[in-house]
Design a binder for this molecule. Structure first.
Ligand code: DGT
Ligand code: CA
Ligand code: ZN
Length: 582
């Protein structure tokens, strides 16, 4: 499917011609051709010369360029044009409000050849005074450059998914939609995403496009086409929407969900079976008979594969596993029975134990562990052994009130800087469950931090290691820790490792979760809730587990309470260094 690639080439040619101040008719012709290629429902590579000429805006000259691209993979005139301007000049066009005319001016009058030079020139006052460039324009340029920079970064899924879901909901209200879904890395639940991809069906694609570019979140319209549009929302995040025919929806959803690597594997597999899979459907090679594509399941079924969950589609062995009938039965949010890392007002949480328990019960959980911070963590109002005993009495009283819910009494015990534990054994012995984690000494060398965590795991009372790398996405790098060694000792000591569901943490990562399973280490998916709304972040932790190929049996808190209690009792009874990890 070469339509979009060609559209990009033609629109880039128009940009370059405009920067050079070329013939406006020629420029408009390229833009028009690009737009029409975007909206085309058939691949240009399948069209004859006569059929190409039927596309609005495509004459002999452009048709020849299309054919040239289909056979050689490049358009000579495009390559030639690109060679005639400084390569950095095109990236200026990504700045909102900065068109080819201004780019030309900036280049000729201020010698600007790249985004970086633009920023420097604007900041140094070099731009003010250029014809038509006032103080306001300079301000806008600087703000625009910052937006582009941010747009080039990846964004934590936890910040983007809620916005994306809200846009989908709003669009549903404002336009007549058939089916609609998020696609791309968001649908695969990658921990960070570059942009938001949406695919939909509608009998009125034009009206959907109009509604889309007018959504309240939109700060700039990058492209407004008949079936595809692209906008920028706050922080420079890009949102792409495609409306496809009903019969292509499943194929388009599969294509746009990706990943690119997964798509390539699927396409190769199809070719070997005499089939063709693209964003329009699944076809028989040769006579192009349509075999399916309305449902995403069609893609996999027609290749003889079981459905592959979006979270697995990273070309990390899922195609081989599907072929061999060995895909994992992935854990689901509904499998989780309880949460083993929860804070209350007793330390740094916002709600009482009762409020927290009510919220958990309303979400269908049957138990939770209150794990407030330990005494050493003054900033988080950590509990002394005396306060911990008081807390136990409150929990016992609450448990007497419930018939269908149980509160376990735990702690999130600090592993101190010197590797010692924050509570003595006799205090830990009174608790149902001990979560241990690091809150200080992040700058210690890797051996030291690894040794602290491993020493804690060798302690018979420690059940779970929480947020094992301490990272905060986009804010704080992980502390140096040898996770392979941590997992090895977790296996040896039968300690569970946490997948922290808080979307800015999400440590363990998906790849390490998968490694943990490989090594036979049990995982716990916990929300680390500090306010009751945070229970809803469980989905992010489950996504990490699923991306790590985990099944229900790999998750400690997917067990019913009696099995969990049995596991906890067995953990305490273990002789150090003996036995199986799970
Ligand atoms: P991101 O946006 O970097 O977080 O990750 P994705 O996977 O959402 O990537 P994106 O937005 O560039 O593209 C969305 C999907 O479109 C991608 O997952 C697969 C499909 N796609 C994009 N480019 C290609 C391509 O060149 N070949 C194939 N086969 N698929 C592609
Ligand atoms: Ca994307
Ligand atoms: Zn915590």
């Amino acid at each position: 499917m070469k339509n979009l690639e060609l559209a990009r080439i033609f629109s880039e040619m128009a940009d370059i011609l405009e920067i050079r101040g070329d013939n406006p008719f020629k420029i408009r012709a390229y833009r028009r051709a690009a737009l029409n290629l975007e909206g085309l429902s058939k691949g240009v590579e399948t069209l004859s010369r006569d059929e190409l000429l039927e596309i609005p805006g495509i004459g002999e000259e452009l048709a020849a360029k299309i054919e040239e691209y289909c056979t050689t993979g490049a358009v000579h005139a495009h390559e030639k044009l690109k060679g005639e301007i400084p390569p950095g000049l095109l990236e200026l066009l990504a700045v909102p409000g900065l068109g080819p005319k201004t780019a030309k001016l900036l280049h000729e009058k201020a010698g600007v050849r790249s985004l970086e030079e633009l920023e420097r020139a604007a900041a140094s006052g070099k731009l003010a005074g250029l014809p038509g460039v006032g103080e306001k324009t300079v301000e806008n340029i600087l703000r625009g450059v910052a937006t582009v920079r941010r747009g080039q970064e990846r964004h934590p899924l936890g910040l983007i998914l809620p916005v994306a879901a809200a846009m989908v909901e709003e669009l549903r209200k404002r336009a007549r939609l058939g089916r609609i879904s998020l696609a791309g890395s968001i649908r695969r639940w990658r921990e960070t995403v570059k942009d938001i991809d949406i695919v939909a069906t509608s009998s009125e694609p034009g009206k959907v496009m109009d509604a889309f570019v007018r959504l309240p979140e939109v700060t700039a319209v990058v492209m407004h086409g008949p079936t595809r549009s692209s906008v920028t929302i706050r922080d420079g995040v890009n949102v792409d929407l495609r409306v496809v025919p009903e019969e292509s929806y499943g194929a388009a959803l599969a294509y746009l969900t990706g990943s690119k690597g997964h798509n390539i594997r699927i396409r190769d597999l199809a070719v070997r079976q005499g089939l063709k899979v693209n964003e329009y459907g699944i076809f028989r090679e040769g006579d192009d008979t349509r075999l399916g594509g309305e449902q995403e399941e069609d893609v996999y079924r027609l290749l003889g594969l079981p459905f592959v969950a979006p979270e697995l589609r990273e070309d990390l062995g899922e195609v081989e596993a599907a072929l061999a009938g060995r895909l994992p039965q992935l854990v689901e949010a509904g499998d989780i029975r309880g949460d083993l890392h929860v804070h209350s007002r007793w330390s740094d949480g916002a709600h009482s134990i009762e409020e927290v328990a009510d919220a958990a019960r309303k979400r269908g959980l049957s138990y939770l562990a209150i794990t407030d911070h330990s005494q050493g963590l003054g900033v988080a109002r950590g509990l002394t052994p005396e306060r911990l005993r008081e807390q136990r009495r409150e929990i016992e009283a609450l448990n007497r009130k419930f018939s269908d819910f149980t509160i376990l009494h735990g702690t999130e015990m600090d592993i101190r800087g010197d590797g010692s534990l924050d509570f003595p054994d006799e205090v830990l012995a009174e608790l149902d469950l001990v979560v241990a984690s690091i809150h200080s000494g992040f700058r210690q060398p890797q051996e030291r931090i690894t040794a602290r965590i491993c020493a804690a795991m060798r302690h018979p009372y420690v059940d779970i290691i929480a947020h094992p790398t301490g990272r905060l996405l986009g804010e704080r790098d992980p502390y140096p820790v040898d996770l392979e060694e941590v997992l090895r000792v977790a296996r040896e000591t039968g300690t569970a490792i946490e997948i922290n569901a808080y979307p800015m943490r999400l440590d363990l990562t998906d790849t390490w979760a998968r490694r943990a399973k490989e090594l036979g280490v049990l995982l716990a998916v916990n929300t680390d809730t500090h306010a009751v709304g945070q229970f809803d972040t469980l989905a992010y932790g489950i996504a990490v587990a699923r991306r790590g190929w985990l099944e229900r049996d790999d998750i400690l808190n997917a067990r019913e309470l009696p099995e969990l209690r049995a596991w906890l009792a067995a953990k305490r009874a273990r002789k150090p260094g003996k036995g199986k990890g799970r």
